[in-house]
Design a protein around this ligand. Structure first.
Ligand code: KG4
Ligand code: ZN
Length: 343
């Protein structure tokens, strides 16, 4: 069983082939970062148009990389949401149309389900149940995962997502888009002792997050000390430490409250080197285990969509001829695939 996965929810075109027998056969990503850099953020209309340009050549490339001559699969998975409407429509229309032409089933995958299942593509995948920390540009969530489609939202950001806070703070420091990795690089040269920013919402019970205040804090401190390479690095370090420490504290609380021992970390911010190190330490302290996708599968990619689609299609889920695109779609409204729900 061979599944084609297509991701076009934001500014990365991702395509992958996942096989039941051999796992991930090939994948390719095209990042639009340079296209949007001049604007300091993603321009939705440009994103949609670029997905149109990139998707089919990328698809051909993936089949070539996999050594498969006949461009055809046994099922198609595409990201149906959440994301930018126009961008989603491109992947959804291509995916649904290919499935129709090949007379095979198609499934519209929830982007965040893709992220949280991404560690399953690694050599030592986590077993269910686990706690998932999803930290991307659009979402920050703690989710109790009992199985495919069995997700309970434990906490989320009440304002900016962690990645969004990284990006906006990077912009304040005049770093190029996308800011998260650039800010992390700058923070490496920063003095961790110079400033201590607040850890928002850790003194209150609960597992929600709030990151927008840290952006304001960065702006105020940066204005009061003035701009220099070292000042910027010190402020970046204080910001990054505050975000990482907050995520650490909330993950520890969630593990203790749920009694879960396995922690999965996914989404773009999951590529952050210092976050990975801190959470490895947490797992060791708590006697549990932490699982990350490889860094290139933390950010958006087609492999996670192919895998999530494979899980759902192989458990009997498939959809009608409608092209599904849902820009807003809550993860905890998902259901287990039919065969699981019955069992
Ligand atoms: O999951 P993702 O690729 O897209 C969404 O679904 O949103 O996440 C992108 C986010 C961006 O905000 C980006 O700045 C952030 O992940 N990011 C990072 C790092 N790499 C990517 N943030 C902090 N440190 C990084 N190393
Ligand atoms: Zn994402």
């Amino acid at each position: 069983m061979l599944i084609l996965g297509i991701e076009t929810s934001c500014d990365e075109t991702g395509v992958a082939l996942y096989s039941k027998e051999h796992g991930l056969l090939a994948h390719a990503i095209y990042s639009q970062a340079r296209l949007h850099a001049d604007y300091g953020g993603v321009v939705p209309e440009l994103a949609s148009r670029d997905h149109v340009r990139r998707a089919i050549p990328l698809l051909r490339k993936v089949f070539r990389k996999a050594g498969i001559e006949c461009v055809r699969s046994d099922g198609v998975a595409y990201t149906a949401g959440p994301g930018l409407m126009g961008a989603l429509m491109v992947g959804a229309a291509i995916g649904r149309s290919l499935a129709w032409a090949w007379n095979v089933p198609a499934v519209g995958v929830h982007h965040m389900e893709g992220h949280l299942l991404a560690p399953m593509l690694e050599l030592d995948p986590p077993a269910f149940p686990f706690l998932a920390l999803l930290v991307s540009g659009g979402h920050t969530m703690l989710v109790e995962v009992a199985g495919i489609g069995r997700y309970q939202l434990l906490g989320e950001s009440v304002d900016d997502a962690a990645g969004e806070a990284f990006d906006k703070t990077a912009k304040l420091l005049d770093l190029p888009y996308p800011g998260g990795p650039e800010l992390a690089k700058l923070a490496e040269r920063g003095d961790p002792e110079r400033f201590r920013f607040p850890r928002p919402m850790v003194d209150r019970p609960g597992l929600d997050f709030s990151f927008s205040g840290l952006k304001t804090c960065t702006l105020n401190v940066s204005r009061s000390i003035g701009r220099s390479a070292q000042n910027d690095a010190d402020v970046a370090r204080a910001f990054e430490d505050a975000v990482i420490d907050t995520l650490f504290i909330k993950c520890r609380r969630a593990l203790r409250e749920t009694g879960l021992t396995r922690l999965v970390v996914a989404g773009g911010v999951g590529a952050n080197r210092r976050l990975r190190k801190r959470l490895r330490g947490l797992a060791a302290e708590e006697g549990g285990q932490v699982y990350f996708p490889r860094p290139e599968f933390c950010t958006d990619n087609g492999a996670m969509i192919a895998y999530a689609g494979f899980c759902r299609l192989s458990m009997g889920q498939s959809e009608d001829m409608t092209i599904h695109a849902r820009p807003r779609w809550s993860l905890d409204t998902l259901e287990a695939p039919v065969s699981l729900a019955r069992g």
